[in-house]
Design a protein. Structure first.
Length: 747
């Protein structure tokens, strides 16, 4: 097979070497000189090195002779240095890496063209069996084939510059400088016995305020060295055609077009704070070579490229999610710097969600135990999730909340036996707080005919039965009620009959902030609430709250999220009003705050009230991060004891960025900005995630939904898995025989 490689970076060169090693004829074009390079050091993981060793022992041996290895991460926060060990890094100079790959390519007969621009991709594709486009983040190949590759490029909110110091840091070093212009951070690591990479990063507005947008390379290096003079031991920094840039995340819908494949930064990028660029490119090369080992014939190129993409896309997507979380954490670092030093360090280490409490404890038990002790864990046997938490007059025995989950199984709003079993089982399962589904304040406020209500005495009696069961059979478990009104999302079928589909018959009229249907052309058009109707809606909420007091609920949550009535007032996408209840964020808050105040007035002073909000609409023009903080601050000022931070479900054309704990950064931001208690929710699926979020200070409570549907005793099982048998997760007396894993044997 004849293969053309466009781009002579590490990924392109290594792909060329591996293909040549299989006997293919390979040619590489690189626009720069052989000894030109950008940046300084390259970090590779043990996993990547293992792949190199298996694929090409010669390259592995050459790299191993050059690596600088270390285990520690040093984090400097307000003059205090904290060290976490057991991480394991390997790095070498980028120029030396290229030299090794050049030599290996030459040895294998690869034709290398330097200072030579490659022919156009379509020209190469017509004359070669395979074209590998490793031509970087600004890939001309990708741009020429944009209709097929369908790239999406997103630019970050920070500026950074690659520099180097002529000495070796002893470890990976993160240092924070709080300047008069804002927070600046240093990312540094050694790549040889006498050299270190130094990346300096800050928010765009900090960069401009500092005047760095007007500085050339030399002045930028000088000013960065002055900012971090102590870390650099008074030494200078040098550049290498270095300039300030904003990180660009590249995602492609497809990685191949005919016989042309994207590789490395041309296909995908991941933020430098998790050290992944060269790693991903090298792993792409390994996967590409493996695909052609299985499909060596030129006729099998399409099948090989499909196999390459199928093998790599899941791993790349996972890395990009972690990198995005890391990038955003650093973009929001100003909201973290007031944390205590050890918590700040733990937060930084776990920012991407790849390092967690459990594996950090394996890497460095002493550091992790110190963080736990600062958090309030009384001993090594008590995980963070099993520490108590107080909201107003209510003390929760642990930090686990069973999320509100609609059952769509009520009759005329009356909860039945299924609700008793559902909520009772989760209460027996050990959670500190169990929440009802959204309980509607009127028949017209229901989402579906199967939604529960609290607007009749019969409904109240049924809820009292459930509350009595929880308090009697699961003493110590708190029961919360979530009150809401469906707004424009009402009068629909039950979830399993067609979610958000209008009823076939028997529809009821809808009300909303503005006459906008949830699904244009499908959903019913709601009636915009008139000024004379606000009092009636407030009365519905207060009447339901009075009944909730009598039922014995321990906590009340006001549902102002997910596009329901009160949420519809908060979002600029669903509130187009021109009166006093629309326009600015403060005006859009007016009615939800009026409802909150009215409910707070009738809700007992010693019982807590929380508010659930959608912190982003996942749609252009929707609620911004700054507005979410403003909304949370307003509710906190009016007496909300905690903010339950969810996202989305406000507009039908949303595009959520799903992933592990994907909503928690919004809770983190609100907590960091305001210091108010927050409940984190959203794909929190493991007890390790809960412990990690709590220790990092990103949340005070964690709401876990679907795992509790899978396992009603999720909290008790989390305790057993961690060897915890204390009072924060007591097994009900009838169940104690099952508190240990049953022995297995042969029958």
């Amino acid at each position: 097979m004849r293969a053309a490689v466009v781009g002579g970076g590490p990924g392109g060169l290594y792909a060329a070497a591996l293909l040549a090693r299989q006997g293919h004829e390979v040619e590489v074009w690189e626009a720069n000189a052989a000894d030109d390079t950008f940046g300084f050091g390259v970090v590779l993981s043990d996993e990547t090195l293992g792949g190199i060793e298996r694929a090409d022992t010669e390259v592995y041996a050459a790299l191993s002779a050059e690596f600088v290895r270390w285990d520690d991460i040093d984090i400097v926060h307000r003059g205090r240095a904290l060290t976490s060990g057991g991480h394991g890094f390997a790095a070498l100079g980028r120029r030396r890496l290229l030299e090794i790959l050049h030599a290996r390519c030459a040895e294998l007969g690869v034709r290398l063209h330097f200072r030579t621009r490659a022919p156009a991709a379509r020209v190469l594709a017509a004359t070669y069996d395979l074209v590998v486009a490793a031509d970087g983040v600004h890939s001309p190949t990708r741009e020429a084939g944009a209709e097929v590759f369908r790239p999406r490029l997103d630019t970050g909110r920070s500026r950074y510059i690659w520099l180097a110091a002529d000495f070796a840091f002893e470890a990976f070093r993160f240092e924070i400088a709080e300047t008069e212009h804002g927070v600046v951070q240093l990312h540094g690591y050694p790549y040889s016995a006498d050299s270190s990479t130094v990346i300096v990063e800050m928010r765009e507005e900090v960069w401009r305020a500092a005047g760095l947008d007007l500085c050339d390379e030399a002045e930028s290096a000088s000013r960065c060295a002055k900012t971090f003079s102590e870390a650099l031991r008074g030494r200078s920094l040098r550049g290498n055609r270095s300039h300030w840039t904003a990180f660009r995340t590249v995602v492609n819908a497809r990685w191949s077009d005919g016989n042309t494949a994207l590789l490395g930064d041309a296909a995908h990028t991941a933020h430098f704070s998790i050290g992944s660029g060269t790693k991903l490119a090298v792993e792409d090369a390994l996967a590409l070579a493996e695909a052609f080992r299985e499909h060596p014939d030129p006729a099998g190129v399409p099948a090989a490229l499909a196999a390459y993409e199928a093998a790599r896309r899941p791993a790349v997507a996972s890395t990009q999610r972690a990198a995005a979380a890391s990038m955003r954490w650093f973009e929001e670092i100003a909201g973290h710097v007031d944390q205590p030093p050890r918590q700040f360090a733990f937060n930084l280490l776990t920012r991407s969600r790849r390092v967690t409490h459990d594996n950090l404890r394996l890497r460095d038990a002493r550091f992790t135990r110190a963080v736990e002790r600062d958090f309030g864990c009384p001993d090594e046997a008590t995980p963070p999730m099993f520490t108590p938490y107080r909201l107003r007059g209510l003390t929760l025995r642990n930090r686990v909340v069973v999320s509100p989950m609609d059952m769509y199984s009520a009759e005329d709003g009356v909860p039945g036996d299924l609700h008793l079993v559902h909520l009772g089982a989760r209460a027996l399962g050990g959670a500190g707080l169990v929440m009802t589904e959204m309980v509607c304040v009127s028949p017209e406020g229901r989402i579906t005919p199967g939604c529960a209500g609290l607007y009749t005495d019969e409904q109240a009696a049924a809820w009292t039965r459930i509350a009595d069961f929880v308090h009697t059979s699961a003493p110590g478990t708190a029961l919360g009620v979530q009150l809401g009104h469906s707004g424009r999302k009402g009068s629909t079928r039950r979830m399993w009959e067609g979610m958000d589909e209008p009823l076939g018959s028997g529809n009821w009229p809808l009300v909303a902030a503005s006459p906008l249907p949830y699904r244009p052309g499908v959903s019913q058009i709601p009636h915009a609430l008139g000024a004379d109707e606000f009092t009636g809606i407030r009365s519905l909420f207060t009447a339901a709250a009075v009944r909730a007091v009598a039922c014995g609920f321990d906590l009340l949550e006001l549902h102002c999220a997910h596009g329901y009535l009160l949420s519809g007032f908060l979002s600029p996408l669903t509130n187009h009003r021109t009166d006093a209840y629309g326009g600015s964020t403060a005006a859009r808050l007016r009615f939800p705050l009026e409802v909150f105040d009215a409910v707070r007035e009738v809700w007992p002073a010693d019982r807590p009230m929380t508010v659930r909000i959608s912190a982003t609409d996942w749609a252009p023009g929707g609620t911004s991060g700054e507005e979410a903080v403003e909304i949370a601050a307003a509710f906190a000022a009016h007496g909300a004891d905690a903010i339950d931070v969810s996202t989305g479900q406000v507009v039908a054309d949303e595009e959520p960025e799903y992933g592990r704990s994907y909503q928690t950064p919004y809770a983190d931001r609100i907590r960091g900005a305001l210091g108010v208690p927050v409940i984190a929710v959203g794909a929190i699926s493991s007890w390790d995630d809960v412990n990690s979020l709590l220790l990092a200070g990103r949340a005070d409570l964690c709401a876990v939904g679907r795992p509790h549907l899978y396992d009603p005793h999720w909290t008790l099982h989390a305790a057993a898995d961690q060897g915890y048998a204390g009072p924060a997760a007591p097994w009900p007396a009838p169940y104690r025989a099952g508190s240990r894993t049953p022995p297995t044997g042969r029958g």
